[in-house]
Ligand binder design. Structure first.
Ligand code: A2P
Length: 340
């Protein structure tokens, strides 16, 4: 592309992540020539604001991508499975936020702070995958430690916000919270159990090995992004009644010894990370503080005293921003800057 100002489309523009993608493009002053917004026929004709104008949402079809250079998809796995190849055939590069293409060996899976070089592989299929939200914030925090001390094993438990499920889940938590406070019947549509005032150790479907698919995404995607299948990873993923911001308790075992102070100073210099770690002043990462910004917050950094080379930490990020929209837009920025 000669002038480096692509025509961009957001697919799933009316959704929780799509909305944030539009906001990110505006906030980061993304160098685009035009922006088109696409969703299902239900939303065709709706108007959404961008840079002081109202853009009309179009119905997504296989012919939508004629003049589009980069399409940011967040409309669910089925939509990506069906429409991303059509978009790529039209000569457009897809950056896909769903899980549909993440483990395809011909599709790069990218966190720009960790493996930006992998973007080069987009030419095979014309698709780049954005990782799972919980995986993104974990690898942003862990990669600097892996580079220094080699991570042998990761044990992670997540506390994930309902916005990760989409708009309907945000509405469900709101409705249920109100119903419980008013002592009324608690409507349930999105999750198999009440999410208000509850924690559900169940994200995505259960697999034959007893893990959920969300848990296995954290295992497999970590290997692919960190380019090291030797790292042992085990995860328990939990949905909690929080609107925005995923929190994670992470325990790692390293190959060589690294002290908590060294981890703290490594992470203070790491791209995309802010260390928030002053427990005496009650300062540690909180979902409410992560909301609406793009850094991965890391705190409660301490030695795991039960083993020789272990570290514990608490890692929080805005799942809709760094966990989805921002990471997608960052990938598109590298694409424009280096590859198109
Ligand atoms: P729509 O609002 O028209 O249903 P969320 O994850 O927040 O629920 O958002 C999902 C996004 O994906 C919405 O923008 C939704 O559009 C869009 N979407 C869902 N199914 C399709 C489809 N078959 N074709 C195009 N967009 C879709």
């Amino acid at each position: 592309m000669s002038d480096k100002k692509p025509n961009v489309a957001v697919v799933g523009a009316t959704g929780a992540v799509g909305n944030q993608m539009i906001a990110c493009l505006e906030e980061r002053n993304f160098p685009l020539k035009s922006l088109r917004l696409m969703a299902s026929s239900r939303s065709a004709g709706r108007r959404l604001p961008f840079r002081g104008e109202q853009i009309t949402v179009e119905e997504l079809t296989e012919d939508s991508f004629g003049d589009v250079d980069i399409a940011l998809f967040s409309a669910g796995g089925g939509t990506s499975q069906r429409f991303a190849p059509a978009a790529a055939r039209s000569g457009c590069v897809v950056v896909d936020n769903s899980s549909a293409w993440r483990m395809d060996p011909d599709v790069p899976l990218v966190v720009p702070e960790v493996n930006p070089h992998a973007i080069a592989g987009y030419t095979t299929k014309g698709i780049i995958a954005n990782p799972n939200c919980s995986t993104i914030q974990m690898v942003v925090a862990l990669n600097p430690i892996h580079q220094k001390a080699g991570i042998r094993r990761i044990v992670v438990s997540t506390y994930q916000a309902v916005s990760g499920t989409g708009m309907r889940a945000i509405e469900e938590l709101t409705r249920q919270t109100k119903a419980v406070m008013e002592k009324k019947a608690c409507p349930r549509e999105v999750y198999p159990h009440q999410i208000a005032f509850n924690c559900l150790p169940h994200i995505d479907v259960f697999l034959d090995n007893g893990y959920t698919r969300e848990e296995m995404k954290m295992v497999n995607e970590t290997h692919k992004i960190m380019e090291d299948d030797a790292i042992a990873v085990t995860a328990t993923t939990v949905r909690v009644p929080v609107f925005y911001g995923h929190s994670e308790s992470i325990n790692i075992e390293t190959r060589t010894h690294i002290g908590a102070d060294e981890v703290r100073s490594l992470l203070e210099k790491a791209p995309g990370v802010a260390v928030v770690d002053d427990p005496q002043e009650n300062r540690y990462p909180l979902a409410l503080d992560a909301e609406g910004q793009d850094l991965t917050l890391v705190g409660r950094i301490r030695q795991d005293e039960s083993i020789a080379n272990g570290i514990n930490m608490w890692v929080v990020a805005d799942n809709i921003r760094k966990g989805a929209a921002t990471n997608t837009v960052q990938i598109a920025e590298v694409l424009v800057e280096k590859y198109l």
